[in-house]
Write a protein that binds this ligand. Structure first.
Ligand SMILES: Cc1cc2nc3c(=O)[nH]c(=O)nc-3n(C[C@H](O)[C@H](O)[C@H](O)COP(=O)(O)OP(=O)(O)OC[C@H]3O[C@@H](n4cnc5c(N)ncnc54)[C@H](O)[C@@H]3O)c2cc1C
Length: 235
């Protein structure tokens, strides 16, 4: 099912995100966890692409396991370390696997990334254009209630987001946030610049303080003081 149709039927939806395994030997345990989570019958499950050390080659396989449980899958796809040929190969594989939804992302810069070097994709909007031209997929994009960490201002980030949405994004999923007012203020600002696609709140359950500290410093997400004290106290 295309997710753009889901939100025509339902106002409130719940999804879970799965990280593909880092090592081949972990594949079976991730597959089992995904099957168990799928049994909770979420509206859909997303599968990240090479994020947090996960292996990109497994995204399509894990997404197929999700769909085999009768749950719609959303496959993430990043472009900054890729070229047009590899992206087309990925799109062919996803299409063949019956995956209809893609979260189109730039991805984080690889080590030694040279911004001046010629490349097929620099920003996510170019991947959105490529997937649009390929056809047949519902396309999601990432957004950042507190602004993307590399952007100089929230206003500039929002301008780029509007351009990305106008390239053919059907929905957005937010970066995690720990202060609801950051989300509400972002929703108003997005509406003001004419972003009218559904915006899903990305919620990160806190299970590991060390991991949290690392993620917060990479993403630039603010942790309210009260929450920080709880994290420090209970680790
Ligand atoms: C919900 C979610 C899921 C994610 N899943 C993954 C995953 O599976 N795998 C993974 O590796 N990473 C993942 N990420 C991380 C993501 O790849 C990084 O945050 C990355 O740094 C930016 O990706 P993007 O798609 O938002 O990029 P973009 O939309 O391209 O934006 C990146 C930066 O470029 C700026 N920008 C955009 N267009 C222009 C332009 N025309 N000119 C100048 N500047 C511009 C933006 O303002 C922003 O600062 C995810 C992030 C989120 C929020």
């Amino acid at each position: 099912m295309k997710l753009s149709n889901l939100w025509k039927e339902k106002d409130v939806t719940l999804s879970f995100e799965a990280f593909p395994p880092k090592k081949d030997s972990d594949f079976d345990s991730v597959a089992t966890a995904v099957e168990k989570i799928a049994q909770l019958k979420p509206d859909f499950m997303s599968v990240t692409y090479g994020a947090g050390g996960g292996t990109s080659t497994y995204t399509s396989q894990i997404a197929q396991i999700v769909q085999a449980q009768g749950v719609t899958a959303l496959a993430h796809l990043t472009c900054v370390s890729s070229d047009r040929e590899r992206i087309h190969h990925e799109l062919d594989a996803l299409k063949e696997a019956g995956i209809e939804n893609i979260l189109a992302l730039r991805g984080d810069y690889p080590e030694g990334y040279d911004p001046a070097a010629p490349r097929d994709f620099r920003y996510a909007y170019e991947l959105v254009q490529e997937i649009q031209a390929y056809g047949g997929f519902c396309i999601g994009g990432a957004c950042y209630p507190e602004g993307h960490v590399e952007c100089l201002s929230q206003a500039e980030d929002l301008r780029h987001l509007k351009e990305k949405v106008d390239c053919g994004v059907d929905f957005l999923t937010t970066q995690m946030f720990f202060d609801n007012s950051a989300l509400y203020s972002f929703l108003y600002r997005a509406q003001e610049v004419g972003i009218n696609v559904p915006i899903l709140a990305g919620i990160m359950p806190v299970t590991n303080a060390a991991q949290m500290t690392r993620i917060l410093s990479l993403s630039g997400t603010t942790l309210p003081n009260r929450f920080r004290m709880i994290l420090d106290r209970f680790r």
